[in-house]
Design a protein around this ligand. Sequence first.
Ligand code: ZN
Length: 201
Amino acid sequence: MSASADMLHVDVMDGRFVPNITIGPPVVKSIRRATRLPLDVHLMIVEPERHVQAFVDAGADIISVHAEATFHLNRLLGEIRSSGCRAAVAINPATGLGAVEHVLHMVDMVLVMTVNPGFGGQRMIEEALVKVSELRDIAERRGLSLDIQVDGGITEGTVAQAALAGANVFVAGSYVFGAVDPDDAVARLKLEAGKALAQKS
Ligand code: ZN
């Protein structure tokens, strides 16, 4: 496990919202015992309201639910927050910001998918970064201190672009776990993002 990562992002897939199936609450519970890093649980599942409590109980610190996966987004985000977890809303590449603009005051983070979720190792869809910059503008206009997370295709070659667009939380899977030295890979991502932001300011 990389000591230089700031949190651990856990992808939960149900074989319905996304084609793949990954893990459920028991595994999250085991991961919780194995690390002190905050657990950022990304629920790529239909009807997340049915399972949120199980992930809270398993030890999640942040729970992301997809705007596309539930009919009652406000209520669900409220429930996540009142459980003591940080709440985040996620959108797929094909989903516009209109799906989340009304809940921005209720979340700590927005997760903008930069690939279609379901599998690791995909290339970043650069058009998704347009949404990241629009979202950063909206957050600034409304005075919201919103974390914007990007998930999918983040590498040493793409992280700077994402940072410049306004993202400040970067999920990396294949790039880190496929590296000979995962700690070094995380350090390089942070360096590239930092350099881009220093140039911007
Ligand atoms: Zn994810």
